[in-house]
Design a protein. Structure first.
Length: 255
């Protein structure tokens, strides 16, 4: 269950003071559909406050910034699939501590090509007025609907160390030439120049179709920091994305 934030790719955006408090399950929706098919998803919304809340539901388009932030907009983009969406109702009044099961549908046109339909179902507090995300008083559930044979086609290009939140962090550049998003899985072993070994994983942000994205590595040990390791680092292991697989064997330098 995800609470109090804009949700993307299984990650919650930076915490903010919200004008309302709700929890939602699931935190994101991934579905597959054939052209001409209707697919359905029920989301469960819980009021975490004692008092009643009035909630407004609508769809929005969204994009991902280079830093992994979500930018949502009301206006339809050129390739928007939001007209395919049907929401149960625009407004819900939810009593204190209550839950509601809210139905959503995606009606895929019969002539839809292989593609990934991406949209956001936005849940807003009654007083939410700002149109740009992230913001107080709005929570967004991201939908990914793969139509037909849509699939990611990722290429691992190179390793690069970049500055992230004040420290030098190794990462890998990927390019997605496919028709759907890709998401990396797997673990890497990092060995520093003193022989210290530690496990790392990759960023869970999606790599959208047509994107060229640097995916940062993150140390799995609690409290571990890249700056405390003796560089250069030897990174090796296996990564996966769907049916694709890469053997990683890279030396990275701090600078």
């Amino acid at each position: 269950m995800a609470r109090l934030g804009v949700l993307l790719a299984g990650c919650t955006a930076a915490a903010q003071v919200l004008a309302f408090a709700v929890a939602v399950t699931p935190p994101r929706v991934e579905m597959a559909a054939k052209p001409g098919e209707t697919v359905r998803q029920v989301i469960e919304i819980s009021n975490m406050e004692r008092g009643a809340q009035s909630l407004h539901f609508k769809t929005m388009d969204w994009s991902l910034t280079p830093a992994g932030g979500v930018v949502a907009q009301d206006a339809l983009t050129a390739a928007s699939c939001r007209p395919w969406f049907r929401l149960e109702r625009p407004d819900v009044s939810l009593g204190g501590g209550a839950k509601v099961r809210y139905r959503t549908e995606v009606h895929v046109p019969a002539d839809a090509p292989d593609q990934e339909c991406r949209a956001m179902v936005s849940i807003e507090g009654a007083d939410a007025t700002t149109k740009n995300l992230p913001m107080a008083g709005r929570l967004g559930i991201i939908y990914y609907v793969r139509v037909g044979h849509a699939a990611a086609s990722l290429t691992l290009e190179r390793a690069e160390v970049r500055l992230l939140q004040g420290q030098r962090v190794p990462g890998l550049w990927f390019r997605n030439a496919g028709t759907a998003s890709g998401r990396l899985q797997g673990y890497l072993t990092v060995v520093d120049s003193k022989g210290v070994q530690i496990e790392a994983s990759m960023s869970t942000f999606p790599i959208l179709p047509g994107e060229h994205r640097w995916m940062f590595m993150q140390l799995e040990k609690e409290g571990a920091q890249w700056s405390r390791l003796a560089w250069p680092l030897h990174v090796k292991g296996t990564l996966f994305a769907g049916k694709q697989q890469w053997k990683v064997d890279e030396w990275v330098k701090n600078g």
